[in-house]
Design a protein around this ligand. Structure first.
Ligand SMILES: [Zn+2]
Length: 176
């Protein structure tokens, strides 16, 4: 049996418009031999929040679902179509933790591979340093099984779900 992976080149085999053969053009696009549809695999925008409390502890979430269920993560998620990164971050913090943020500052962008339901999505995680007034009433919901504050130097990167988020936390620690 032919070996398949979660790579789009193995998953996307037929044109979604006409069902014709989808031919890989280069590493990031497919061209349909039947109708000419040229489909590009772009990075999916995602956002994550670096939030530090008054005791210099980093806010982490526990992932409720796969991928990486039970591992630690930064609050955040995918940017919806036609949404700004700032709107996505505010929405995700509201959905995941019932938390309203007062201000945010762009920190950097971090590419990642995110495997979900047998398909690899290429993401670009946009990290923001956020300030929030009241961190006492966090209510984990949506995709989050729990929330915890960990002293920044003590965050164990091995328990963080994704390469990109490990790199974000490491870069943030070095920047301070
Ligand atoms: Zn087609």
């Amino acid at each position: 049996m032919e070996k398949t992976t979660t790579s789009p080149r193995d998953v996307f085999r037929f044109c979604p418009r006409c069902g014709g053969n989808f031919n890989l053009q280069d590493t990031h696009s497919f061209l349909c031999a039947g109708c000419g549809l040229h489909y590009f695999i772009n990075a999916n925008a995602a956002v994550c929040a670096l939030i530090i409390d008054s005791r210099d502890r980093l806010l982490l979430t526990v992932r409720a679902h796969d991928p990486a269920q039970g591992m630690l993560d930064l609050p955040g998620g995918f940017v919806d179509p036609l949404e700004t990164a700032e709107e996505a971050l505010a929405r995700e913090l509201r959905e995941e933790l019932d938390l309203e943020i007062d201000s945010l500052t762009y920190f950097g962008s971090y590419p990642n591979r995110y495997v979900f339901s047998g398909l690899t999505y290429f993401t670009l995680d946009l990290a923001f340093v956020c300030r929030a007034g009241d961190l006492s009433g966090l209510k984990p919901g949506d995709d989050v099984a729990g929330a915890l504050f960990v002293p920044l130097p003590e965050v164990d990167l091995e328990k963080i779900a994704f390469d990109s988020i490990r790199t974000v936390i490491d870069a943030y620690r070095r920047s301070r």
